[in-house]
Ligand binder design. Structure first.
Ligand SMILES: NC(=O)c1ccc[n+]([C@@H]2O[C@H](COP(=O)([O-])OP(=O)(O)OC[C@H]3O[C@@H](n4cnc5c(N)ncnc54)[C@H](OP(=O)(O)O)[C@@H]3O)[C@@H](O)[C@H]2O)c1
Length: 253
């Protein structure tokens, strides 16, 4: 049977790795992100490597009109979405609350909370109509705990944690699974974005221990998505072995 996954934020990191693993397993894909060139390149690669159909949609999850316009292009075939991976997200800045950047806060809240809501609001009715589907939300250990200077990023991921629970309740009568995946440190472009392009500073985050890879998380996401229809993982926290919590690390200096 033809299966479709929609993955937001597929231009790098966890989203890109997830696109590869779903494609390898025969899913047709809707992939999204703002960086058009990367998205087109990934779409071509997936089509060639895995002989699947890929629909790349360029939009900014913060802009409701763009999200609406993107969803409107879906024809009846592409509307049969089995898995929605709400992955697009970011952290910008790492400052104490009294020094935080207003613009950074707006960006995190608009992307991680409002963007996830916009996509979910527009895609979930398609699942409700079919009485089938699985929404997988990228939370974080930052949505379970709070760490120094993580303030607003942690707040947005706590919101995802709460929305994940709320979606599961509201979509329960419609046979739709809802899962949160909450990773600890994963080496992607995440820290480069957090430190606004400072690659050296970003590299330091992963020094002295072995972080998770995007593929580690993608494998877990695929596992969760491939369980039998009567089984749902509500919430899954996945950490590098060297990280016990948001603050306890086993690093070699
Ligand atoms: N890396 C970690 O340690 C870690 C830990 C826990 C949770 N997470 C979560 O995992 C998710 C993926 O992050 P990652 O680690 O894979 O980071 P990443 O490599 O920076 O990827 C982030 C993805 O989100 C997309 N994105 C960001 N803002 C967007 C916007 N306004 N509109 C559309 N797409 C947007 C980016 O695409 P464009 O820039 O092309 O738009 C990119 O594809 C995020 O939700 C993050 O919070 C990461």
């Amino acid at each position: 049977m033809r299966k479709i996954a929609m993955i937001t934020g597929a231009t790098s990191g966890i989203g890109e790795a997830s696109a590869n693993i779903f494609a390898k397993n025969g899913y047709h894909l809707i992939i999204t992100g703002r960086r058009e060139e990367r998205l087109q390149k990934l779409a071509e690669q997936l089509k060639v490597d895995y002989k699947i159909d890929v629909l790349p949609l360029v939009f900014d999850v913060r802009k409701l009109e763009e999200v609406k316009a993107a969803v409107e292009v879906l024809n009846d075939d592409w509307k049969q979405i089995d898995v929605l991976l709400n992955n697009a997200g970011l952290s910008i800045g790492l400052e104490p609350i009294q020094q935080g950047g207003f613009e950074d806060w707006e960006t995190m809240i608009d992307t991680n909370v409002k963007g996830l809501l916009y996509v979910t609001r527009l895609i979930s009715p398609l699942m409700v109509q079919r009485k089938s589907g699985h929404i997988i939300n990228l939370g974080s250990i930052a949505g379970k705990e709070t760490y120094a200077n993580g303030n607003v990023y942690c707040a947005t991921k706590h919101a995802v944690d709460s929305l994940n629970k709320a979606m599961r309740i509201d979509l329960l009568p419609h046979n739709i699974k809802v899962t949160a995946i909450n990773p600890g440190a994963v080496e992607t472009e995440f820290s480069i974005v957090r430190f606004k392009g400072d690659v050296e500073k970003a590299k330091n985050v992963y020094k002295g221990f072995e972080p998770l890879t995007a593929t580690d998380i993608a494998d877990t996401i695929y596992y969760v998505a491939s369980l039998p229809p009567h089984v749902n993982i509500n919430d899954l926290t996945i950490m590098p072995t060297a990280q016990a919590s948001a603050v306890y690390w086993n690093k070699v200096s």
